[in-house]
Design a protein. Structure first.
Length: 149
């Protein structure tokens, strides 16, 4: 699958680059990202390097579509959003995201999820997105309801 960029609602969603590893490493030091996602603890720089390389491989194989969520004006990495495990046969995928601590409170996750969902339905012709959350998490529910509007 060819990687794409999506510009919408003040965000640029683009494929991950090797140069993003520093921002990923910095974001994943956040206790909330470590609590609510499956990132390794402690999160080392080599984990961030593997993260960006693995996301590029997903695009090549057509098994996922992972985006760096960036500020459209400055290019700063604000978070991650993407489709994990795209299942073409059943026309579905799981959607996942995280927001860097320095970007919280700006509805970044809501805007990014909305953009990826729209793209997945319009361009990939998926019919369903699955949304998982870890027990006790309130924020994913807020994002899910806000993004669906």
């Amino acid at each position: 699958m060819e990687p794409v960029e999506i510009t919408e609602d003040g965000l640029l969603l683009r494929p991950w680059r090797e140069s993003d590893a520093d921002a990923v490493h910095r974001a994943c030091q956040d206790p909330d990202i470590q609590r609510w996602t499956t990132v390794p603890r402690p999160y080392r720089h080599e984990h961030a390097q593997s993260f960006v390389a693995d996301r590029a491989r997903q695009w090549e194989l057509g098994t996922g579509a992972a985006f760096a969520v960036c500020d459209a004006a400055s290019g700063e990495v604000l978070g991650a959003c993407g489709l994990n495990t795209i299942d073409r046969r059943h026309e579905l995928s799981e959607i996942g995201y995280w927001t860097a601590p320095w970007a919280r409170g700006q509805r970044v996750a809501v805007r990014a999820v909305r953009a990826v969902a729209r793209w997945s339905f319009d361009e990939l012709k998926l019919r369903r997105l699955l949304w998982g959350r870890r027990p006790g998490g309130r924020r994913p529910r807020v994002v899910r309801h806000s993004a669906a509007r």
